[in-house]
Design a binder for this molecule. Structure first.
Ligand SMILES: [Zn+2]
Length: 345
């Protein structure tokens, strides 16, 4: 396989994607070569594509939400992994031990690396990954579903940080993939009602169809709507899956005293928030970043039990059309919850 080549979708400059022929990479002793089946497009990659992410530098093969089959294993890889296995990958890994890793919080390691940012990702027919990042898919999880493990992991983390929400009302602002999945992981923790708000009507409709109580910010003030619906109490947990000053502030205002606001969306680097209100009502504001290894494992288990979904709004598209889908998701996502790119067979 030394001289064999593959097709890869390369991000070459802001708003530029190109299919290129590259050598199929050779796995290092502790690496696995995966033949990619599905690779999802992540919101963080949309900002990367626009050139707004310091983490991503062109030319780059992105793609960190993916599944595939093992095509080759390095000489030092354990027997548990072998050719032909259907797998997904936790794309965040640490290169140096740290106190965070000891606490099971690999996502906070100073040495963390992301496949598809620090090294070539899965928008290609093949990708090499450290063997430690590989999870063999249970028989009940298809390759298509397995590609969802990474975003589901983000939603598992959000629900973990939300604490006890049983019987309590919650709010999620943003009905993109993470908002839609976080709404579902909150409901799986027996949340009462989960209100969901999004300015895009089609995305909002997905939120309603997946079990949320839709609030249309264009027709209705999100905060007053939540207050009216909760007898002026507010929600116990509000999740911002957008990351704008207004959505961050709305989450704080809609949360009850001593409640929790979780910031997940990264749209704006810096925002003004109502700090005095946070103080006077003792609101807990928490960041939620990616997922721990335990969250990722739980995500695979949830998928195996068919407990979370973005269907029927998942679009499968040829890898060669990836650039078009990046543009579409940025300009007018509409009736699409997730785009899964498929490299040529
Ligand atoms: Zn992602």
């Amino acid at each position: 396989m030394t001289s064999a080549t593959m097709q890869a979708l390369v991000w070459t400059a802001p708003r530029e994607m190109q299919m290129q022929t590259q050598d199929i990479p050779t796995p290092q002793p502790d690496e696995v070569l995966i033949r990619v089946a599905y690779a999802g497009i992540c919101g963080s990659e949309l900002s990367g594509y626009l050139g707004h992410s310091a983490l991503r530098v062109p030319p780059l093969v992105m793609g960190h939400e993916f599944s595939g089959t093992i095509a080759a294993v390095g000489s030092a890889v354990s027997d548990d992994l072998h050719e032909g296995q259907a797998v997904t990958v936790n794309p965040l890994y640490c290169t140096e031990p740290s106190e965070y890793q000891e606490r099971g919080l690999d996502q906070l390691c100073p040495s963390r690396r992301l496949i598809g940012a620090h090294r070539p990702g899965a928008y290609a027919q093949y990708v090499t990954v450290p063997a430690s990042t590989v999870t063999v898919l249970p028989d009940t999880v298809s390759l298509r579903t397995g590609a969802m493990a990474e975003p589901v992991g983000c939603a598992v983390r959000i629900a973990e940080l939300a604490g006890d929400v049983a019987g309590q009302d919650c709010l999620v602002i943003g009905a993109g993939p993470i908002g839609l999945l976080a709404m579902q992981t909150l409901l799986l923790k027996d949340a009462g009602r989960v209100f969901i708000a999004d300015t895009d009507g089609e995305r909002l409709a997905m939120g309603g169809a997946l079990g949320g109580v839709a609030i249309d910010p264009k027709a209705d003030d999100v905060v007053s709507h939540v207050h009216d619906a909760t007898r002026q109490r507010g929600v116990v947990v509000a999740v911002d899956a957008v990351g704008l000053a207004i959505t961050r502030a709305q989450c704080i205002s809609a949360t009850m005293a001593a409640g929790t606001v979780i910031f997940s969306g990264l749209h704006e680097e810096t925002s003004t928030v109502p700090a005095a209100d946070i103080i006077r009502r003792e609101i807990v504001v928490r960041g939620s970043f990616a997922y721990s290894p335990a969250n990722f494992a739980e995500a695979v288990a949830l998928l195996a039990e068919d407990k979370v979904r973005l269907d029927p709004w998942i679009v499968e598209a040829p890898l060669a059309d990836g650039g078009k889908w990046f543009d579409r998701l940025i300009d007018a996502p509409g009736n699409v919850s997730k785009v899964l790119l498929q490299p040529p067979a």
